[in-house]
Write a protein that binds this ligand. Structure first.
Ligand code: IMP
Length: 411
């Protein structure tokens, strides 16, 4: 099980890709095309938003019930990568409909300065409809009559909202129904009972990899609400999102960057205030895969990571992009937060006001100022060991460059 330990973009795609080589199944359990996994190998860069990246390695790629699916994005990816592996889609996953995209955009526009900074892929509105029991599921694609009826019911309400609340364009029933019927014809062969499929694979002793999208601090329940996504990326989300018992998750690997980035709005205590932020962004290529937005950059935040360890029960960590820090003579690491009442804490604040107003307390570690190769220089090793000591979790993998091969295994 692989989970983002920070605010996303930790380089999970690369770690998933690496571990997928030894897996039989690779499953996504939450989120939708708001994810953007970049994988570089054989001199080519692949960006995948919807299908689990394991498809690139010829594996069985599974989208579980907890996911939301944009059929247009999915079909484009199936056209590009579908023949490399096998793909299965849960009938219980929810469909992103055109009005979800329209509402996501209109609602962000209306929020103005208070906007969340979503990826505008319709994620929040699709999950909101799922919770309101107004959603349209993948299995509705199996029957043209049911599909049309559900679109009609949803559209009767959505068009009112779009027109009267958001003053946005409405949708035509015939047009949407015809478009989704076309998608249905393409997607029907992939619909499967993915909970049973995963259970049977586990019983047969196969290796199953769960690929988290987004990340711990974007979790709807435990993240920095409201600046979060609308699903549960935390490890336990895999059990609900796939439909297996939580005791089936054996190894839980947290992926953390050696520093921190965040896209979108919301508090970020260790965000760098000096021009070093720009330097880190350029060195790390910190621009969004899906949206191209600049990512905000900060020093490693061990308070937030400690929280991620608690929420996920990481059995080990993968520390990515350590090479990006090679440029710095000194590297601050946030070890505690200074709260508004003057006290310091190693724990993530439970109250939003404390988190919004806390200040980072740094310990400054020595930089190594040389490229990273097969053997880490002593200062880089000390950096990794410091993280292990503070979090009491072993760092088993260290990312030292963009390519698939540039990952060091530590025992
Ligand atoms: P949404 O998931 O599009 O609703 O966006 C909600 C928040 O999650 C925004 O701050 C996004 O920038 C953030 N977010 C969503 N997906 C990702 C991701 O894959 N990486 C990083 N941030 C993400």
């Amino acid at each position: 099980m692989i989970v983002g330990a920070q605010w996303g973009d930790e380089g999970k795609g690369k770690i998933v890709d690496l571990l997928a080589q030894e897996a039989d199944l690779v499953c996504r359990y939450q989120g939708g095309p708001n994810a953007g996994h970049t994988i570089i190998f054989g001199g080519e860069t692949h960006k995948i938003r919807q299908i689990p990246t394991g498809i690139l390695s010829g594996k069985t790629a599974v989208l579980g019930a907890g996911c939301v699916v944009d059929p247009e994005v999915l079909i484009a990816e199936l056209d590009a990568y579908g023949d490399r592996g096998t793909f299965c889609l849960s009938g219980n996953a929810h469909l992103i409909m055109p009005w979800h995209l329209a509402i996501d955009q209109a609602s962000e526009r209306r929020l103005g300065k208070l906007q969340i900074g979503t990826t505008r892929r319709g994620i929040g509105p699709a999950y909101a409809d799922k919770a309101s029991r107004l959603g349209i599921r993948v299995q509705d694609l199996l029957d043209p009559k049911i599909l049309r009826q559900k679109i009609e019911v949803a559209l009767a309400e959505k068009n009112l909202w779009l027109e009267r609340v958001y003053e946005a364009e409405t949708f035509d029933l015939q047009e949407v129904a015809a478009r989704y019927e076309q998608y249905a014809q393409r997607l029907r062969p992939y619909v499967a009972d993915t909970s049973l499929l995963v259970d049977e694979a586990l019983r047969a002793g196969k290796s199953v990899l769960f690929e988290g999208a987004q990340a711990t601090l974007l979790d709807l329940d435990h993240g920095t609400y409201p600046f979060v996504t609308s699903s549960n990326p935390v490890a336990s989300g895999a059990a609900t999102g796939i439909g297996i018992g939580p005791n089936r998750l054996e190894e839980i690997i947290g992926v953390a960057k050696a520093y921190v980035t965040r896209v979108g709005e919301g508090p970020f205590p260790s965000e760098i205030a000096s021009p070093q932020q720009e330097q880190l962004r350029e060195l790390g290529g910190e621009f969004g895969t899906v949206t191209g937005r600049q990512r905000r950059c900060g020093w490693l935040d061990l308070v937030a990571l400690r929280y991620a360890v608690r929420l996920n029960g990481f059995t080990s960590l993968a520390l990515t992009k350590l090479d990006v820090l090679s440029a710095f003579a000194e590297i601050p690491v946030c070890v505690r937060y200074l709260l508004p009442d003057g006290t310091q804490t190693p724990h993530f604040p439970a109250h939003q006001s404390d988190f919004h107003h806390c200040r980072p307390v740094y310990e400054t570690l020595e930089g190594w100022e040389q490229p990273l190769g097969e053997q880490l220089p002593p200062a880089a090793r000390a950096y990794v060991e410091f993280v292990e000591r503070e979090l009491e979790v072993p760092v088993r993998l260290v990312g030292t460059g963009a390519e698939r091969e540039r990952v060091l295994a530590r025992s």
